[in-house]
Design a protein around this ligand. Structure first.
Ligand SMILES: Nc1ncnc2c1ncn2[C@@H]1O[C@H](COP(=O)(O)OS(=O)(=O)O)[C@@H](OP(=O)(O)O)[C@H]1O
Length: 356
């Protein structure tokens, strides 16, 4: 990126220190994809002390949508240039700069890369009811034929896709289980509280996490291994979990909590604006805002596709139930961490839906 000498001066003619312009990012909202990250981006950045890296919401710099594009050893200098863009644009270096790539949460090496970039970085994770996230991502791909999973889902209904991806995942997990260390070897008693990639995970845990990270629609909703990995690198004090459900019911509290976490002065938000929903199934775009009442049901939004999204159909109900069973152990782990005060309390609905 080219920087003119002029752009290094702020409006009052004072020189901006180069080491601040090109300083690493201060925080990252790492995902999860399809959990309301676009809404949060639009809401939280109404606070002028909170800015983002690059020109748009997501950079996909260290990981894109498909795991094979994970690039944890990407060029640092270019990345620092991305961090400088909003600082230069606004002629200031006092705002926080964050990376909003929702693909990082499931990227196994990204936590280590970001910690190397800035060990003081604050990490924000947005989590949605796992089965709902899966449905959301599937529907998006059905409607976006040119999306990364548009072609492979084209001939599938939701039920047939869930059966297919669950079978793939279970096969992968079985192969990973062969690597399970015998008792007393690897992590376990005496190991770190939150092990992660390069930070205490055994080969078995690494491969298991890979199974989920290579399964974008179903596997990315298994949050526990990914969250454990971020907690391993940053520790519970620097990782804040927010749930989509709270963003829906009480966005003002979520924003206040995040401002306190990021240690920025609180902004005054327009009460109507913070109720908006961005990037919904009725308008796939990071900046597209809808009022809640304007968003159609998943069933209605799937009209014209062969997605088979019908809450009354036995096949659809069975697929949702299969997902609930599959996600239950992961949700259980989140509940344990929440009960131990390590992460934000899990929404009450999750406890009843997942029976934990
Ligand atoms: N406030 C609030 N309440 C309830 N639901 C919400 C909210 N904000 C976003 N959403 C839903 O989150 C989905 C979009 O998530 P993301 O913006 O993270 O998607 S993306 O990863 O950037 O593609 C998208 O889900 P679907 O509509 O099911 O596709 C949004 O409707």
């Amino acid at each position: 990126m080219r920087v003119s000498a002029q752009s290094l001066f702020n409006t009052s003619g004072q020189q901006l220190p180069l080491e601040r312009i090109y300083a690493p990012i201060d925080y990252a909202v790492v995902g999860q994809q399809k959990s309301g990250t676009s809404t949060l981006w639009n809401l939280l950045t109404w606070n002028s002390a909170v800015r983002w890296a690059g020109f748009q919401k997501e950079q996909f710099y260290f990981a894109a949508e498909i795991p094979k594009t994970v690039l944890c050893d990407q060029d640092i200098q270019t990345y620092l240039g991305m961090a400088s863009i909003q600082r230069l644009r606004e002629n200031r270096t006092d705002a926080l700069i964050g990376d909003w790539s929702a693909t990082y949460f499931s990227c196994i090496c990204c936590a280590a890369s970001l910690r190397t970039l800035n060990p003081k970085m604050k990490i924000i994770v947005v989590l949605r009811d796992p089965a709902d996230r899966t449905l959301s991502r599937f529907l998006e791909q059905k409607r976006h034929h040119r999306g990364p999973f548009g072609a492979v889902t084209a001939n599938h209904t939701f039920a047939s896709w869930v059966a297919f991806e669950l079978a793939e995942l279970r096969g992968c997990l079985e192969r990973a289980a062969v690597l399970k260390a015998p008792p007393g070897v690897g992590t376990g008693a005496g190991g770190p509280e939150f092990p992660g990639w390069g930070a205490g995970w055994s080969l078995h845990q690494w491969m298991e996490a890979q199974c989920y990270s290579r399964s974008n629609i179903v596997g990315w909703s298994v949050y526990a291994p990914f969250l454990e990995n971020w907690l391993a690198q940053f520790g519970p004090q620097k990782v804040m979990v927010v749930y989509t459900a709270e963003l829906a019911t009480d966005p003002a509290s979520v924003l206040q909590r995040l401002e306190a976490f990021l240690e920025v002065p609180p902004a005054k938000y327009n009460p109507d604006n913070i109720k908006l929903v961005f990037n919904s199934r009725d308008c796939y775009n990071w900046r597209c805002a809808k009022k809640k009442g304007e968003i159609s049901s998943s069933e209605a939004a799937s009209n014209g596709t062969n997605a088979g999204i019908d809450p009354r159909a036995a096949a659809f109900k069975a697929a949702m139930q299969a997902l609930v069973e599959f996600y239950k152990p992961g949700v259980q782990r989140l509940v344990q961490w929440a009960d131990a005060g390590k992460i934000t309390k899990v929404p009450a609905e999750w406890r009843s839906i997942y029976g934990v």
